[in-house]
Design a protein around this ligand. Sequence first.
Ligand code: DLZ
Length: 162
Amino acid sequence: MATKNLSEYDLSSVPSASEMKFGIVVAEWNYEVTGALAQGAVDTLLKHGAKEENIVLKHVPGSFELTLGAQYLAEFTKSDAIIILGCVIQGETRHFDFICEGVTQGITNLNIKYNKPFIFGLLTTDNQQQALDRAGGKLGNKGDEAAVTAIKMLALRDDLTK
Ligand code: DLZ
């Protein structure tokens, strides 16, 4: 995957997503950023063959709610993989640390509990400009990267279970 630009990758290394089903959960906080992440993720899934009807996109209020939102998608939809998109910007309170730690641990636990990919698409930045740079700006779009990661993880599952 890309290191310098989150949207740069070898197209030929991405399998077809035509038979895959995706859930996407997006935090409404910092929506200028998270909306762009979501658009990037959807566009990338479609680019690699995913069918529109196989993509379920839902919103939650803030990043702290992403874990439960992702669990709802796993429980109540037929999603094979869940893409989790949020943006936490460092402020003057310790909210930043609490939210980041909570979501990171929560997503890790979901991967194990459901034995399916829950993709970490949470931007954790010092300021809004750094976030915009990674949401379709000069450093690409982390939503694109998250979508490619979801496809690759499902392809790995398919390879090992065929
Ligand atoms: C409260 C809060 C703060 C201070 N900052 C952010 C942020 O930068 N990004 C984000 O997604 N959410 C933030 N929130 C909201 C929390 O994630 C959560 O929605 C509330 O604490 C309610 O549980």
